[in-house]
Design a protein. Structure first.
Length: 284
């Protein structure tokens, strides 16, 4: 059994999102799955405004700043970045949880791992609940890992991505994507956004998987048919597992394909630096 793990060096951050290269040090030539999906933008202005207002109202300095315009401007500047700070904090938390999940899978595969360091990172941020509930999910579903953090590539459409886990669960081969989620007011871990179906559909349509990132060696992708696609919401209070409905996959794939074309158009426009050209009145 060949276990394929992604190298972070295969993904490069660009002005138009994350892109992938074929081997370490190579040219980034295709967008990531998540970059393509990000073309379907959400209007988060309301949420950003709420986060700013909440940050300002919760700031203990506010009571002393009333009547002092200089201090109020300083508090407003700090509050304006609340949404970005929350996003960055959530992303860092997600990285820590994903790393723990990867190390847990590597240990199960008898491969080199550093599960203790991953657990220590969660403990240092008071996030051990994520690890505890991930381990419970792993045991409850009797997960039998095949590969962790697999980089895949689709030449026909032109994209690449990384799959969190390929595993046997209940006798079925599954592609698994983890989503770290908060807990709602009723104590339930929040469900993932349905966009994860598009992400899983694109992963399922891969054509190759990496074997050696340093040499740029790839092999045929072997998990595109008869595969169950799962999104696992991991929280500090529990976990929830969702299956992508097979009947919906063609429509989600069609949407992904359209977004890929949208990304390509944006990429070409950015490369050409095309913009409006000012002209003078015609000669009299």
């Amino acid at each position: 059994m060949i276990v394929c793990m992604t190298s972070p060096k295969l993904a490069i951050q660009t002005d138009l999102g994350r892109m992938y290269c074929r081997q370490v040090g190579g040219e980034a030539i295709v967008p990531s799955i998540t970059t393509v999906i990000s073309m379907d933008k959400l209007d988060l202005s309301g949420w950003a405004g709420y986060m700013a207002a909440k940050a300002l109202s919760d700031d203990h300095r506010l009571v002393h700043a009333v009547g002092d315009r200089g201090q109020l401007r300083s508090l407003i500047r700090d509050a304006a970045g609340a949404a970005e700070a929350y996003r960055d904090s959530a992303a860092a938390r997600g990285d820590r949880v994903h790393n723990y999940a990867e190390q847990r899978a590597l240990r199960a595969l008898d491969l080199e791992h550093d599960l203790e360091a991953a657990q220590a990172a969660l403990e240092a941020n008071n996030e051990l609940g994520f690890a505890r509930h991930f381990d419970q999910w792993w045991d409850d579903y009797n997960v039998q890992p095949i590969a962790a953090e697999v980089t895949v590539w689709n030449h026909s459409v032109g994209y690449a991505g990384t799959i969190d886990l390929v595993a046997k669960i209940g006798g079925r081969t599954c592609l698994v994507d983890y989503k770290t989620k908060n807990t709602d007011r009723d104590g339930f871990v929040k469900r993932p956004d349905d966009k994860v179906i598009m992400q899983l559909a694109a992963a399922c349509k891969a054509e190759e998987q990496v074997v050696d990132a340093e040499r740029g060696a790839w092999k045929e992708w072997g998990y595109g048919t008869d595969t169950m696609l799962l999104a696992v919401a991991l929280g500090e209070t529990g976990s929830r597992t969702f299956m992508a409905p097979p009947q919906a996959l063609p429509d989600y794939w069609s949407k992904f394909y359209a977004l890929r074309r949208n990304w390509e158009a944006a990429f070409k426009i950015a490369q050409s630096r095309a913009s409006l050209v000012e002209i003078t009145p015609p000669a009299q």
